[in-house]
Design a protein around this ligand. Sequence first.
Ligand code: GH3
Ligand code: MG
Ligand code: MG
Ligand code: MG
Length: 303
Amino acid sequence: MSSCVLVIDDSAAIREQVVRTLKDVGLFEEYLEARDGLEGFKTLIESRPDLVICDVDMPRMDGYKFLQLVASRPELLGLPIIMLTGMMDFNSKIKGLEQGASDYLTKPFDAGELVARVKVQLKIKSLQDELKKANEQLKRLTNIDHLTNLFNRRYLSEILESEFFRARRNRENLSMVIIDIDYFKNVNDTYGHQNGDVVLASVAGLAQQMLRAYDSAARYGGEEFVLILPGTPLQGGEMVAERLRQSVLEFAFPHPMEDLTLTISAGVAAYPSPLVENIDSLFRQADEALYRAKQAGRNRVER
Ligand code: GH3
Ligand code: MG
Ligand code: MG
Ligand code: MG
């Protein structure tokens, strides 16, 4: 069920005729009207109808200009617009379609044809919406690690690629933190693999809580995580890692892990730095720092 249609025409009689035709078949719940392109665009932005029926010849702003305005707004992409006009010549139809109209009807219109064409547009719109949803779902599935809800390793490479080059272009800082849970094998051995999974999800949740909107957290390996912190120098990355280390240390795990004191080790590296000229060396620096943290006894952050 589509809920809202907007009818734009300078003639009150035509608007009434269109609305009555659509009301007769109960295609919409709400009917909005506007007298010209300008008023129509304002109503469109405010009320976001599911379909627009628009006259071409109107004072102040005509239908072509209206189409141009709509096309300039990416958020309106896919909105069905049926042009309705008295103009009989082909060129005006072609012009309308080229400017983004979904369909074209000439006045006087046949009620049955209007309804049929509106239905076609609504069908196309709903298929597009489904496709969009399926695409978003697919994107989620390809980018997200199921157990932890963090980005997966595959998507981490994409993020690193874009963030590293953005940092280089804009001469901005970029920090990377690699985290490895200490003695995680013991957790599995003591509480079982399923509880181990709970621990992984908990650590991921704590990491996610630390982050700002443009930071990213990914599950890099079994019990290894990576944080990407754009606009953050080395000291900032260390601070984030240290806060996470503290919060993991203090975290109260659910039954039967009440007695578990979990720790993490982390290595931090940042761009720019004399040792970091590309993504690989950024990774290597962070990994070597992590190794030093492990060597130094774990439960610590190294740079
Ligand atoms: P260290 O302090 O040196 O890091 O010791 P560790 O035991 O954490 O290191 P190690 O790499 O030897 O062990 C990691 C363990 O993580 C081994 C593996 O069974 C476990 N693991 C990997 N992925 C998963 C997972 O998805 N779920 C669970 N429960 N365990 C996992
Ligand atoms: Mg007109
Ligand atoms: Mg490991
Ligand atoms: Mg480990």
